[in-house]
Write a new protein. Structure first.
Length: 176
């Protein structure tokens, strides 16, 4: 991404509505241009798609960095699968954090087996966060993502402050 494009960057944060306040909420107040959405694991694929679309329509910029956590990963990928190519071209990088395997229902069109990330994507898990590593490896390959293990012990929905490691990852992805 060229430096002048960073001036038009919107950070699109999609949080897991079933989780307590966490690092993603700190990111929402730490960046100059942010759009947020939330997703719950008990919502349907159609509800996820509608919620993410509504939030996405509030973004006026042409360059978007997406960070999704937990059930927010499912919601984002469900939405991404049904978007058009011009919309996908606005997304410059994606970080998918601690997806919850139980929040990936199979549907008649196999949305989550067919979703593909169109740009640099990292799938970040912690060793002890409930996302099995072998499941994450399979999904990373399927979604065109690079699997990364966070250096933090424990879960990634705990008290990580502003999760500086994640911020640095996002900046490195944007500048590479």
């Amino acid at each position: 991404m060229r430096t002048f494009e960073l001036e038009d960057l919107t950070l699109f944060l999609i949080r897991d509505a079933d989780e307590a306040e966490m690092w993603i909420d700190r990111w929402a107040v730490s960046y100059p241009v942010v759009q947020t959405a939330a997703a719950s694991s008990d919502q349907s694929i159609a509800q996820w798609q509608a919620n993410i679309q509504m939030a996405f329509e509030g973004i006026s910029g042409e360059h978007i960095a997406v960070v999704a956590h937990g059930a927010g990963v499912s919601a984002f990928l469900a939405w991404l699968y049904q978007t058009d190519i011009l919309t996908q071209k606005k997304i410059v990088n994606i970080i998918l954090v601690s997806p919850r395997p139980e929040a990936f229902p199979d549907d008649e069109i196999h949305t989550f087996r067919r979703a593909r990330c169109p740009c640099r994507t990292a799938l970040v898990i912690a060793e002890q966060n409930g996302t099995p590593r072998n499941w994450a490896e399979e999904r990373a390959n399927l979604w065109n993502a690079r699997l990364l293990l966070s250096p933090h012990s424990g879960t990634l929905n705990g008290a990580l402050g502003g999760w500086q490691w994640g911020m640095k990852l996002m900046q490195e992805m944007l500048l590479s």
